[in-house]
Design a protein around this ligand. Structure first.
Ligand SMILES: Cc1cc2nc3c(=O)[nH]c(=O)nc-3n(C[C@H](O)[C@H](O)[C@H](O)COP(=O)(O)OP(=O)(O)OC[C@H]3O[C@@H](n4cnc5c(N)ncnc54)[C@H](O)[C@@H]3O)c2cc1C
Length: 369
């Protein structure tokens, strides 16, 4: 059984980028709907919100988080990176103050709730399976708990994260410059644990740990997918052994329990060849995926959503070139980010012969993702 619905804009993907694009459009009175395949009830990576995100949230009318059950204030980053001893980089001089450590599922669900408050339908447990471009409209076919849905819209937004499944269906290639992958574990927080983000580099790659609400802590190892497999990091026993070879991360989180649940997520630095074209745009990770070292993926998702909403509004107003200008701006942002990434990795020079570090000393070359 299939039913038909019509909107000016359909956003596929209800993560940060998708819900905030929709929220911006709804605030301009543009009819928009979001399709989200989950119910925000599964673990999501990305727990540290940059202080710079404050300005984006305020612009959206989303109140700044208050410390409490879901948000822990973040005053800076401690990093043993390029040196034996950790250095503390304080957020004190940041004009927006500190950042936050948060439960990412809850944050994404909170943004979805704000969009719903602005009358945006968020269709949960609804996956877009196929899109077709017609002469003046798109047909989006989706599967939902009540059966198949057929939706039509003038413009479509790809907010599906690194899968960028809508752009790929339109034949747009995604290029990657590395094969970074994360292996994360959520543990109970040891009593009295320091409440800062801690980063530690090792010959294999780098680790981070950050406090999570609910007296939990996340511990992640990042390296290239092939190197993680070779080192045995994709098995709980191998991951545990590698953790025990760290110095500061191990000290902070203690010995993990016997039973470990590993969350493995590809997080290669990658971007679409073009993040916009005729009557479509990609936002957030769907447009460009950053290395988690930047702790800037959420901020970039919020910023690209703002730029995308402006371009979508202009397109609906008759400016057919707006998606192309949006795509050019995204490409320039990504080029600037690649330079910054090279600079960050250049600081760590202790293991120039280890494959992970050697690969990051070279100018990045793009291959198909
Ligand atoms: C290990 C790790 C640590 C990170 N740490 C940080 C950090 O500390 N700070 C930070 O700022 N960033 C961090 N990031 C990056 C950050 O998580 C991402 O940049 C951010 O989630 C991008 O948001 P998004 O909305 O673009 O994509 P996503 O969060 O991937 O959301 C995509 C959404 O689309 C939905 N979807 C996908 N396909 C479909 C479909 N066909 N139909 C319907 N729905 C669909 C998904 O369910 C999901 O809700 C980290 C990433 C990783 C992997």
């Amino acid at each position: 059984m299939s039913s038909t619905h019509q909107y000016a804009v359909i956003v596929v993907g209800g993560g940060v980028a998708g819900t905030t694009t929709a929220l911006s459009l709804a605030r301009e009175g543009i009819p928009v709907c979001v399709l989200e395949r989950t119910q925000y009830n599964q673990w999501r990576p990305g727990e540290t919100l940059s202080p710079l995100a404050h300005a984006e949230l305020l612009r959206l009318g989303v109140p700044l988080p208050e410390s409490g059950e879901d948000f822990i204030p973040s005053h800076g980053i401690e990093a043993a990176w390029g040196s034996e001893h950790p250095q503390f980089h304080s957020f004190m001089t940041n004009p927006y103050g500190g950042g936050w450590h948060m439960d990412r599922q809850r944050f994404d669900a909170l943004l979805a709730w704000h969009a719903e408050e602005h009358q945006v339908p968020i269709l949960r447990l609804t996956s877009a399976v196929h899109v077709e471009r017609g002469p003046g409209s798109w047909h989006v076919h989706a599967s939902s708990p009540s059966g198949e849905l057929a939706l039509t819209c003038e413009l479509v937004v790809d907010a599906t994260g690194r899968a960028s499944s809508i752009a790929r269906q339109c034949g747009v290639r995604r290029n990657k410059v590395d094969a970074l992958c994360s292996v994360s574990v959520v543990l109970a927080q040891p009593a009295g644990m320091e409440q800062t983000l801690l980063v530690e580099s090792t010959p294999l790659g780098w680790w981070y740990t950050a406090p999570l609400p609910g007296q939990r802590v996340i511990v992640s190892l990042l390296s290239d997918a092939d190197l993680l497999a070779l080192a045995g990091a994709l098995r709980p026993s191998g991951w545990r052994e590698l953790l025990s070879a760290t110095r500061y991360i191990r000290e902070r989180v203690g010995t993990p329990p016997e039973e470990l649940r590993l969350h493995v997520r590809p997080c290669e630095t990658s971007s679409l060849e073009h993040s916009g074209g005729e009557r479509w745009l990609a936002v957030g990770d769907a447009a460009s995926g950053l290395d988690p070292l930047s702790s800037g993926g959420i901020l970039e998702a919020l910023r690209s959503a703002r730029r995308a909403a402006e371009a979508l509004g202009a397109t609906l107003g008759g400016d057919g070139t707006a998606p192309l200008h949006y795509a050019e701006a995204q490409a320039s942002e990504f080029a600037r980010y690649l330079e910054a990434r090279l600079g960050h990795y250049a600081i760590e020079r202790r293991w120039p012969d280890e494959p992970f570090w050697r690969r990051r000393m070279e100018e990045p070359t793009a291959t198909a993702a």
